[in-house]
Design a protein around this ligand. Structure first.
Ligand code: DC
Length: 218
């Protein structure tokens, strides 16, 4: 199809992996490089949980959480407000609910379908949300390295953190994300694996970029 018309192709890049593996930085770099929209889908689960928390509503009522998810405005996701630890914990609870996932996946697909295309990062982008993506990456790093990055982020932001606590926390979060029945965290069979434990984010970006360029040339 490429070359048949002068319009740019609609590109979707799917990026999955566990917490703090470097998905966010890689996704933002790729989106900027290819001029695509970017959605951190974790923020959609976080925003759903935060909206319930703000209203003092329970986190274990699936119909209520799904209604809240359907009312979400994806253009108003505030990373700074949603990044806090307790919102992440609450998000991983609503993320196990199939009705919440259905509502958010619908919104995420609409985002992906908007021109000129998008980079989406999360846990189930290549497997469920955009199985037709041009290219898929599964980004990992060992838990010690992921915890160290998260620790340094918190310290750099002027906060206080405890490294052992962060390791324990990430392992608990990974286990919950991987064990849930609906859309568990796992690489799509056709995903490219990028382990950022040793290569670092810049090398990961270069590796991803050459794979995307190769996919675009096909
Ligand atoms: O990546 P994060 O920490 O912002 O994600 C918050 C929670 O949402 C986490 O428990 C995983 C879940 N999540 C998900 O189930 N599916 C996605 N596509 C993105 C995040």
């Amino acid at each position: 199809m490429r070359g048949a018309s002068l319009t740019k192709p609609h590109i979707i890049i799917a990026i999955d992996g566990p917490a703090a593996a470097g998905k966010g930085t890689l996704s933002r770099r790729l989106a900027a490089h290819y001029g695509l929209n970017h959605l951190d889908t974790g923020l959609t689960y976080r925003a759903t949980a935060k909206a319930l928390m703000d209203e003092g509503l329970p986190l274990d009522d699936e119909d209520l959480a799904a209604r809240t998810a359907r009312n979400l405005d994806l253009s108003r996701l505030d990373r700074a407000v949603l990044a806090v630890h307790e919102v992440g914990e609450a998000a991983s609870k609503v993320a196990v609910m199939p009705k919440v996932r259905k509502a958010l996946v619908e919104a995420q697909r609409e985002f992906a379908a908007t021109a000129p295309g998008a980079v989406l990062d999360g846990r189930d982008i290549g497997t469920v949300v955009c199985p037709e993506a041009l290219i898929k990456f599964y980004v990992t790093a060992n838990p010690q390295e992921r915890a160290r990055r998260r620790y340094e982020e918190i310290i750099a932001g002027g906060g206080a953190a405890d490294l052992a606590g962060i390791v324990a926390d990430l392992e608990k979060r990974d286990a919950r994300d991987a064990a849930r029945a609906d859309s568990p965290l796992k690489p799509a069979p056709d995903a490219h694996l990028l382990d950022t434990s040793e290569m670092g984010i810049e090398a990961a970006f270069e590796a991803a970029r050459s794979l995307v360029d190769a996919a675009l040339d096909h």
